[in-house]
Write a protein that binds this ligand. Sequence first.
Ligand SMILES: Cc1cc2nc3c(=O)[nH]c(=O)nc-3n(C[C@H](O)[C@H](O)[C@H](O)COP(=O)(O)OP(=O)(O)OC[C@H]3O[C@@H](n4cnc5c(N)ncnc54)[C@H](O)[C@@H]3O)c2cc1C
Length: 419
Amino acid sequence: MAGEQSKKDIVIVGGGIIGCTTAYYLTRHPSYDPGRHRITLFEATKIAGGASGKAGGLLARWAYPSSIVPLSWSLHDELAREHGGAERWGYRRVQAGELAARPPSAASAGVGETRKRIGDDGGDEAPAASQLRAAGVPEGLNWLEPSAVLSYSSFGGPSNTAQVHPYQFTTSMASLAEEKGVRIVQGSVTDIEYTTTTPSLSAEAGRGTPRRRGGSSGTVRKVSGVTYAPALSTSTLQTHPATTVILAAGPWTPTLLPTLPISAHRAHSIVMQPSPSQPTSAHVLFTSFLSHPCNPEIYPRPDSSVYACGSTDTAVPLPATTALVAVDPARCADIKTQASAISPALRDAPVTTEQACYLPGGGPWIGKAPGTGDGVLVAAGHTCWGIMNAPATGKVLAEMVFEGRAKSADVRRLDPAKG
Ligand SMILES: Cc1cc2nc3c(=O)[nH]c(=O)nc-3n(C[C@H](O)[C@H](O)[C@H](O)COP(=O)(O)OP(=O)(O)OC[C@H]3O[C@@H](n4cnc5c(N)ncnc54)[C@H](O)[C@@H]3O)c2cc1C
């Protein structure tokens, strides 16, 4: 098959999880021949510098959209087995549950009486444990503050829920793609270049229906390259040839494809480092506090750190690059306050990272980019399930590039033309 393929010059725009995983699957496609095909990934700032490096990392068989989730769930498992994902990017199966909790002020009234961590030697252990069990908290989830817990209900377990460290996963995909010949260029793509041809009447007759593309009757608009601003040089814009361009710029995708409806909402998150004497467990918690708008999602990680993210906000519109994302320390402090209310381990844990990023919404859109020319594909707008759905996205895009259509999943409902 590889020998039959004409030479492809594939450009990926964006080094988030979607761009990097797509690069990985392009290099694993049976028709990929590094001697004939060239793959170049352009990243404006740094690989995984946006949401892909700052997300929670939850993977779920119960996520959406159903057209790609089963495939992506299997691929995550396959990738972890093939490349040592447990060690390399913290892949593990987890429990997930919703924790209804008292707000910090109310909870703190009880702190002190029940502060001793359950599992330590001490007289408070049995009463505290039974308090947690009475609230529905499962065995093994012993790092919660009993006085804060109103109720717990499980919505996922190891058979259908897992996690990765998104930054480690994304950078691993980039490295594995590079090992097979992908070139990563630090530069911001500013434009897509096209050639427009008018097929001869005889050629047109041979194909049947006259073509009407690129806005003018009978002309064919085909991608020919991209223009980009190199990051590490003061020189002017440069061009790079392309036979295929894949737009995977997350919430920035509309700068190159303005008609595609993709939203961008800022979200803050923190990483805490509990003491070794206060270990957490493989339980992801979606908190809901009485009468408080910040309901953090809490993700203990196998490296013993704990990630927590708060709600989205629209206070600051999407800046030009990931490097310019403004972090509001007050929003990070709010996440820490809420997390501290439910757990002495988190209350005592120093915050090692305060960060923000932009959640891309509206999609996911996967397929031919509408209103462009031949050879332009898009994969963007992956909502709160972009980490989960990246492998399936990359796999079907590789099929679209090398075989002309998605084979592993039916992605017609995600067609960007429906946007
Ligand atoms: C707080 C939070 C928690 C989340 N938790 C989860 C979770 O638990 N599970 C899950 O499945 N999903 C989660 N998500 C969603 C997930 O993070 C996103 O859907 C996913 O990261 C989007 O990836 P992306 O590659 O499309 O975009 P991004 O990660 O934003 O990457 C886009 C990249 O394109 C680059 N770029 C932009 N413009 C250009 C250009 N012109 N030229 C070159 N490069 C360009 C940017 O610099 C950036 O690196 C979460 C999101 C947030 C915000």
